[in-house]
Ligand binder design. Sequence first.
Ligand code: HEM
Length: 193
Amino acid sequence: MTLEWAMSLLLNNPEALNKVRVEIDAYAGKDKILEESDLPNLPYLQNVINETLRLFPPTALTVPHESSSECKVGGFDVPCGTMLLVNTWAIHRDPKYWEDPDKFRLERFENGDGEGFKFIPFGFGRRGCPGTRMAMRMVGLTLGSLIKCFEWRRISTEKIELSEGPGIAVPKVEPLEALYRPRELLHSVIAGL
Ligand code: HEM
């Protein structure tokens, strides 16, 4: 799902797509497929994933938690045993914390603007997602490989529809359709097999 949102956002922002491709070509070797060890050298790709997870967090509402003792949250008294759901989607789009929250803007992650509790796609604390690092590596490697190996463009001049449908992992209403063709690299990789 995150890959589909990321690719849709990039196809709607071709200059960003081009910038990621330039970064990958420059820092991940022109003649080889993408490897996990390349990922730390690709901060712009990382920003794409972060901005995708900010706009379309797969877990829009975190899994339910329950207070194990009486506590205060945001000034409210919460009795012991209360169910607590965190609305990640709303926090990620709150104009109090994000400038132009509905805009796809990769630069916001360059200034450390994604730090703290306003960016929580994997939850946080002791029950935060234990798969965070694995997920970031898997998404980085797959998205980076799709960009490195193929040329992508929209099927029409119209922007891709970005409506969210119901479902636990916030699917796109319209599945992504796009045009792609292999880049030179893929020909040489296949020829070398
Ligand atoms: C883009 C991918 C992923 C996202 C956005 C994501 C997000 C989340 C979120 C928001 C939670 C709830 C955290 C909370 O309630 O505070 C969670 C829990 C969890 N995630 Fe992930 N996750 C992803 C991938 C994975 C992967 C790849 C694994 C395993 C390999 C994994 C394993 C788990 C487990 C076991 C929990 C429950 C942790 C607990 O309750 O103690 N997740 N995840």
